[in-house]
Structure formats: structure tokens, C-alpha cells
Design a protein around this ligand. Structure first.
Ligand code: DAH
Length: 360
């Protein structure tokens, strides 16, 4: 077989390389011809030289061409075996799960977005002006002590208070999401309709309290807002969240420094198969704090309370999750126990939507 036939017959890249070595390698056939040029007379070399070089060119080109062919064939074969049939059912579902707090926050966002509320955010390390003073909780107010506040003592190497906020006040880990009300009113013009879900911190720990937990705040500022708007909004929200039409709420007069009047929202419960469930009105339990935004708070944000009114509300997200999905110990929420997550977590595909149902 001639070298060119051998090249054409090589079926794999290693076969082809063997042919190359036999022809062009150190002791290859064509290499030997090239070496023979040295022993020739100039006349003979003038005749044979171009022929030998042409031969080497021809063989080199044939090898390169065959190599390209073999590589393409090899790629085709690999692609054929690696092809994925995307219409096949998944053999294994994703193993992670969505934490109930994340799930409930998504549910809340979905419900309130449908009512025209935007999501607002604020820092978890907050200055005490936003966390307390602007919310009508002055320094001497007993509510400051009630909140079991974590104070943050952060200084630069030079001893400067580098975390001091705009108001040069001590910094705290925010004790509630209510400071987001202040930041929103300062940062945007009314009308305002926001919810602010997020982490809050208090120095407290037992079966129903953890040092970090989650709240959601709501704020509406507009003209001519009344407690009727507050009641409708919260009733509509609770019906959508618990996915029951027989939700009954009760407004109980209460006190919060930042609202006047203030009301605690109780939700009715009834016994179903020996278990307390929301719906009906055999008994009551508190689910939200709320009220009409205090004129002092509206003024602190530079708005005229004669022109702008509003309502606000706040509640614990973890508690809402416990009520809806039946967990009994809040501490387990933050233990990171995978068995708990497997039991109470949600599939990544359980995206809450109003049309599909916000509950999983
Ligand atoms: N900030 C309150 C708390 O942490 C909850 C609250 C009550 C928020 C009444 C409000 C409200 O906006 O109007 O206990």
C-alpha cells in the first residue's frame, strides 16, 4: 500500500499518527529520502530534490486533510452519544427546598402587589432616630426599653463612630420594620403604598421568641384615608393569605406610639377536628398591630398632616407562617436542621401566585 493509500485507510487518529511516524518520523520513509539528498551530487540533487520535497508536501497535506475528517467524525460520534432528550421526565427532582419564611414572604409580596403595594427596604443596622424618635418614641419612652434593643458599638480604628447615621445618633439593630415607613416617607412623595418585609432583632429567646425574626410592615399615605381602608385592606389580605372566605377580624383598641388611633387586629378561630384553625369566630387571637399614622410621624417626615393621612400595620412573618403551616416552635425555624426543612420546606417550583393559589 502506498503511503497515500495508508493515510486514506487510517480509521482512527492513532492509526493516522502511526502512518505519519512511518513516513515523516525520525526514521520514516520520506525522512530517509530527505536525508539521502546530502549524499547526492549537485546535479542529481537538482533533479531529485524538488521531487522529494514535493512528495513530503503531498504526504503532509494528505495527513492534515485526513486528520480533519477523523476529528469531525469523532465529534459527531460524541455528540450523538451525549445528546439529551429534553422531553424525558426528570429522573431526580432538585433536593433543596424553600424555607417557610421565604415562601411566606413571597406569598405576602404576591398578595400585596395585587393590591397595588410596592416592596420597600431599609437597613438592618439602623440609627435610633429612624428606629425610635421619628416614630414618636422619644428617648424617655418606655417602649424603647420594651423592645430589648441591641445597640451597635462600632468605631473605626481612629475611634470615630463610623456607623453613625445621618442624624449622628447611636446605631441599633432595628427592632421592627417600622423605620422603613420613615425612610419611605422621606424618600418618596405621596401617595405611598408599600410593604416592607425583613429581618428584625430583639434580645429575647424562648419557644416563641428568637433574637432575629421577621416582620412585615405596611404603609399607605394618601388623601382622605380612613380606618375603613385599613380594615378592608387587612381583611382582604388575611382572606387571601389563609385562603378562606370565612375569615372574621376584630379591631381591638390598642396603643402604639406611631399610630393614633391604634388597633390590634384579632382573627377569629374555630375548632376543626380537635384543632384550632383560623376562620369562624369561636375565639380570637391577635395577628397584627395597626392604626392611623400619627400626625407627629407624618410631620417628622416633612409632610403636612392636614393634607396627608394614612394607615400602617405590622406583624411577624414567622408567626404568620406558624399559623398557616402549623409549626409550633419558632426556634426550629433558625436551627438549619435539614429534617425540619424537608418536612416544612417548599419545592422550588411552588411559586406562589394569586391565580394558582398562594398556598402550597
Ligand atoms: N412595630 C410594631 C412592633 O414591632 C408593629 C406595628 C404595630 C407596626 C402597629 C405598625 C403599626 O406599623 O401600625 O411590635
Amino acid at each position: 500500500m502506498t503511503i497515500l493509500d495508508q493515510i486514506a485507510a487510517a480509521g482512527t487518529l492513532p492509526d493516522l499518527d502511526a502512518v505519519r511516524v512511518a513516513a515523516l518520523g525520525k526514521s520514516g520513509e520520506i525522512t530517509a529520502l530527505l536525508k539521502s539528498l546530502g549524499g547526492m551530487t549537485p546535479e542529481q540533487r537538482a533533479v531529485d530534490g524538488p521531487k522529494i520535497h514535493a512528495r513530503r508536501e503531498e504526504v503532509t497535506r494528505a495527513i492534515a486533510a485526513r486528520k480533519t475528517e477523523l476529528e469531525a467524525a469523532e465529534l459527531d460520534a460524541r455528540l450523538a452519544t451525549e445528546r439529551l432528550d429534553l422531553s424525558l421526565p426528570a429522573r431526580e427532582m432538585p433536593r433543596g427546598s424553600v424555607h417557610p419564611v421565604s415562601q411566606v414572604m413571597d406569598e405576602l409580596t404576591e398578595i400585596f402587589a395585587d393590591m397595588g403595594f410596592a416592596v420597600a427596604e431599609g437597613p438592618e443596622i439602623e440609627d435610633d432616630w429612624h428606629n425610635f424618635t421619628a416614630l414618636n418614641i422619644p428617648e424617655t419612652h418606655p417602649a424603647r426599653a420594651m423592645h430589648d434593643t441591641f445597640y451597635v458599638n462600632a468605631r473605626t480604628a481612629a475611634g470615630d463612630d463610623y456607623l453613625a447615621g445621618e442624624h449622628e445618633r447611636p446605631m441599633v439593630l432595628r427592632t421592627h420594620t417600622s423605620p422603613v415607613q420613615i425612610r419611605t416617607m422621606l424618600g418618596q412623595k405621596p401617595p405611598i403604598r408599600i410593604i416592607a418585609p425583613g429581618r428584625v432583632y430583639r434580645s429575647d429567646s424562648d419557644a416563641t421568641h428568637t433574637p432575629m425574626f421577621h416582620q412585615i410592615e405596611g404603609l399607605v399615605i394618601d388623601k382622605g384615608i380612613t380606618m375603613g381602608h385599613l380594615k378592608w385592606t387587612l381583611e382582604t389580605f388575611l382572606k387571601a393569605f389563609f385562603e378562606r372566605d370565612d375569615i372574621v377580624i376584630r379591631l381591638r383598641p390598642s396603643y402604639f406610639p406611631f399610630t393614633e388611633p391604634s388597633a390590634e387586629i384579632d382573627i377569629g378561630w374555630s375548632m376543626e377536628k380537635g384543632r384550632r384553625v383560623v376562620g369562624g369566630s369561636e375565639g380570637w387571637m391577635e395577628v397584627l398591630g395597626s392604626g392611623m399614622v400619627h400626625r407627629t410621624v407624618i410631620e417628622a417626615c416633612g409632610l403636612d398632616p392636614a393634607e396627608w393621612q394614612g394607615f400602617a400595620f405590622g406583624t411577624g412573618v414567622d408567626r404568620l407562617a406558624m399559623l398557616k403551616y402549623g409549626m409550633s416552635d419558632l426556634r426550629a425555624f433558625f436551627d438549619g436542621d435539614l429534617r425540619w426543612m424537608k418536612h416544612y420546606g417548599f419545592s422550588a417550583l411552588d411559586v406562589p401566585t394569586l391565580s394558582g393559589g398562594v398556598g402550597a
